[in-house]
Design a protein around this ligand. Structure first.
Ligand code: HAM
Length: 420
């Protein structure tokens, strides 16, 4: 017996309706904001993520699925969607097209992390990216879009929006220096990750989860106190649009995000209803990524939501949609009525109904049991007499009633009946 690799999951037919529910909400919401879908490869040249996501991040230094292909090139399974979309935008010359450029994706992504509830090695994201708008309205639209998506799936009451600004490269450099000064006296007491971040990117020390580091990070200087005038005005602009749109948020200076490309606005939606992995959606502005990858300077903002975490949230809150039930099961008693059941099922499907019939020659009793397992709302019973008269015995399984219905009127009868 070969088992599934650690940190991966099957999405089984009995659960798939939850995925479809979330994916449909993602597509519906994307359309409302004018975002069109993009599909990029599952693997890219390793260099793209090293340069794009950032070589001081855990994602790049510890978590990438990287291998040499048979041609000896180093390729990596995408750990997220943003870098691949940026590459596709540049490579396909989309800068010359309609701007702002707006796109969304539903993808699987891969990170070699220690698996736990809500943290997988293969996981799925709904993400969106908006290029070519530098003002606060673009950040606010990205957040409003994320919020509307969460509202479409019904979880807004159980999530909180946290926002922060991590400034631009200019004001952040001053902040990083202030952080080094603050952490330096206690550095020896902090974890290995923090010690290595100290030189490369001390801001990432702020969201260290180690207990021994938390006592130092709690009172660390805040980026918000170091913002330059432009970054401050931008952040005020985002906040006032969110307030005007009735989207509630907490300003949370500890939100720094785990990927290197961000600047200015960063945000996360978290839920107390989940365990340690409580962030269901994260994103922010990243104005330097595109030029870093070779485009002319192009401001950008986006987000991604974790689909497994959203499903966990729906399950925890008891909000998951129920499996779509079968409208009717057609039961044949002998060879002739089985054939009629097959043909009537085809006709009813043409009318848009969900129908099943017997494929394994079960007894009448076993067919009723099977119809019950399918959750069939109606069972259409066909025997010798029914065939002769052109009438079927239709049992309403929910109301335990029964009625004889002409074959030609079955579709209409079932369509009306399933509404009751
Ligand atoms: P991220 O915060 O790394 O951002 O991931 C976004 C979301 O994906 C997380 O909030 C979480 O719900 C889910 N997620 C991440 N890692 C895992 C995992 N190992 N298992 C299960 N779920 C996970 C990004 O990926 C950015 N590309 C988002 C973005 C788009 N920023 C700008 N544009």
């Amino acid at each position: 017996m070969i088992n599934i690799p650690k940190g991966t999951k099957d999405a089984l037919p009995s659960e798939i309706h939850k995925w479809h529910f979330i994916e449909a909400a993602a597509r519906r919401t994307s359309e409302k904001y004018g975002f069109k879908e993009i599909r990029t490869p599952v693997f890219e040249h390793t260099e793209l993520f090293a340069r794009g996501v950032g070589d001081t991040t855990d994602v790049v230094t510890k978590e990438m699925y990287t291998f040499l292909d048979k041609g000896g090139r180093s390729v990596t399974l995408r750990p997220e969607g943003t870098a691949g979309v940026a590459r596709a935008f540049i490579e396909n010359g989309l800068q010359g097209g309609v701007m702002p450029f707006k796109t969304y994706y539903l993808i699987s992504a891969f990170r070699y992390e220690r698996p736990q509830a809500g943290r997988l090695r293969e996981f799925h994201q709904f993400g969106a990216e908006l290029y070519g708008a530098e003002g606060p309205a673009a950040d606010a639209e990205a957040i409003a879009f994320a919020y509307r998506f969460l509202r479409e799936i019904g979880v807004t009451a159980a999530v909180r929006l946290h926002i922060n600004s991590i400034g631009c490269p200019a004001c952040r450099a001053k902040y990083q220096e202030a952080l080094r000064e603050y952490f330096r006296p206690n550095l020896a007491d902090m974890c290995e990750d923090c010690r290595s971040r100290f030189d490369k990117n001390p801001m990432r020390m702020i969201d260290c989860k180690e207990e021994r580091c938390k006592k130092y990070t709690a009172n660390a200087p805040r980026m918000l106190d170091f913002l330059c005038d432009d970054c401050r005005a931008h952040f005020e602009g985002v906040k006032s649009l969110l307030t005007a749109a009735g989207i509630r948020y907490d300003v949370d200076p500890s939100i720094v995000r785990g990927l290197d490309y961000y600047s200015r606005t960063v945000f996360e939606f978290t839920s107390d209803a989940l365990g340690a992995q409580s962030t269901v959606l994260g994103g922010g502005r990243y104005d330097t990524l595109l030029s870093q990858l070779g485009a002319k300077p192009t401001p950008a903002v986006g987000f991604a939501a974790g689909l497994e975490r959203l499903i966990m949230l729906l399950d925890t809150l008891n909000l998951a949609p129920s499996l779509q039930r079968t409208d009717c099961y057609l039961l044949g008693m002998d060879d002739a009525s089985r054939e009629k059941a097959f043909l009537l099922a085809e006709e009813l499907r043409s009318e848009g109904l969900i129908c099943e019939t017997d494929l394994v020659e079960r007894s009448v009793k076993a067919q009723f049991k099977y119809a019950d397992k399918l959750g069939a709302r109606f069972v259409v019973v066909l025997g010798e007499e029914e065939l002769k008269e052109g009438l079927a015995e239709v049992k309403d399984m929910e109301h335990s009633t029964s009625r004889r219905v002409r074959f030609g009127a079955l579709a209409q009868y079932i369509k009306q009946g399933r509404k009751l």
